[in-house]
Design a protein around this ligand. Structure first.
Ligand code: HEC
Length: 275
C-alpha cells in the first residue's frame, strides 16, 4: 500500500516537473541538438542562418553589410517612424524607451486579449490609438519598410521572450505543434528541413538551422527583396505545396512565439542580407 502511494506520488511529481520545464527545456534541448549536429558554429553565430555554414557566404554577407544596397529603404522607414501623426504624436510615443531595445520582448502574450501580440500588431495598435489607418501585415511598402527601421532600434538586444501563465503556454504549445506538423504534398514539417536537415542542401540552397531564425527580420533577399518573417513562413509553407496562412494570423503568431522563445539569449540585428 505504502509503496503504491510513493510510486503515485513520484509519478505525480514527474508530471508536474515536466509540465513546468516546457519552453525552457525545449530551448536547451534545441541548443544541445545543434551543438552536436553543427559543432563548428558558435552559439552567437546561429543568427547568420545558412550563411554561417560556409566561409564564402559569410564573407559575402560581411562585405554587403558594410554598404548595404538597401540602406535607402531603411532610411525611408526611419522617416515613417519619425513622421508625426495628425495628432502630433509619433510611433515612439507608443513604446517604452521610444521603441529602443523592445523588439526582443516580442512576440508577447497579452493576458487581457488572451493572445499572442507581435511587434507588428503593436504598431497597428499604435496607429489605431492615434486615429490613423492600420497597415496590412503583408504590405511591404508600409509595415515592411517601417519595421525595417523600427526593429534596428533593438539591434544588439538579446531575445527575451516570456511564456508565463496557462494562456501563454497554450499559445506556445500551439506554435510548437504547428512546427512539427507534417503538411503539404511533400508531407514535410518545418522541423524536417530546419532541424533534421539543417546544413544539408535542398536544390541550390543550404537549409538554415531553426536556432537563430527569429533574430534578424526583415531581411533583404538578394540584397533587395524586403521579406518579413511571416512572409518567409508563407514561402516555406508554399514550398511544400501546403496552403499558407495569412500574415498576422493566429497560427503564424503562435508559430513566431514558439520560434522566438527558443532564440532567447541571441542578439537581434534587423535588416540584413540574405541570399
Ligand atoms: C522543404 C524544406 C523546407 C521546409 C519544410 C520549411 N522550410 Fe524554411 N526554408 C527553406 C529554405 C530552402 C530556406 C532558405 C535557406 C535558409 O535560409 O534556410 C528557408 C528559410 C527559412 C527561414 C529564413 C532563415 C533566414 O535566416 O533567413 C525561416 C525563418 C524559415 N525557413 C522558417 C520555416 C518554418 C517556420 C517552416 C514551417 C512552416 C519552414 N521554414 C519549412 C526550406 C524549408
Amino acid at each position: 500500500m505504502k509503496k503504491i502511494a510513493v510510486a503515485l506520488l513520484s509519478a505525480g511529481l514527474l508530471v508536474s516537473v515536466a509540465a513546468q520545464a516546457g519552453p525552457e527545456d525545449d530551448r536547451k534541448q534545441t541548443i544541445a541538438y545543434f551543438k552536436s549536429k553543427l559543432p563548428t558554429i558558435k552559439f552567437e553565430d546561429f543568427v547568420y542562418g545558412a550563411l554561417a555554414l560556409d566561409d564564402d557566404s559569410k564573407s559575402q554577407y560581411e562585405s554587403i553589410m558594410e554598404f548595404p544596397p538597401f540602406e535607402g529603404v531603411v532610411e525611408a522607414g526611419k522617416e515613417m517612424w519619425e513622421k508625426p501623426f495628425k495628432n502630433g504624436k509619433t510611433f515612439a510615443s507608443c513604446f517604452p524607451n521610444g521603441g529602443k531595445n523592445v523588439a526582443g520582448n516580442y512576440p508577447r502574450f497579452d493576458v487581457s486579449l488572451n493572445k499572442v501580440v507581435t511587434f507588428e500588431a503593436d504598431i497597428n495598435q499604435c496607429l489605431k490609438a492615434n486615429g490613423e489607418p492600420e497597415f496590412k501585415f503583408s504590405d511591404v511598402n508600409t509595415m515592411g519598410i517601417l519595421t525595417a527601421y523600427a526593429r534596428t532600434l533593438s539591434d544588439g538586444m538579446k531575445m527575451n521572450v516570456k511564456v508565463e501563465g496557462p494562456g501563454a503556454l497554450a499559445a506556445y504549445e500551439a506554435g510548437k505543434t504547428f512546427y512539427y506538423q507534417r503538411r503539404g504534398q511533400l508531407n514535410f514539417s518545418c522541423a524536417t528541413c530546419h532541424m533534421d536537415n539543417a546544413g544539408n542542401r535542398i536544390r541550390a540552397e543550404v537549409l538554415s538551422p531553426a536556432l537563430g531564425q527569429a533574430t534578424h527580420w526583415p531581411v533583404f533577399r538578394a540584397g533587395e527583396r524586403l521579406t518579413t518573417l511571416q512572409a518567409r513562413y508563407k514561402g516555406c509553407n508554399s514550398q511544400v505545396r501546403a496552403v499558407p496562412f495569412e500574415q498576422g494570423s493566429e497560427e503564424y503568431n503562435n508559430l513566431e512565439y514558439f520560434m522566438s522563445y527558443k532564440d532567447n539569449g541571441l542578439p537581434l540585428k534587423a535588416s540584413v542580407f540574405r541570399k
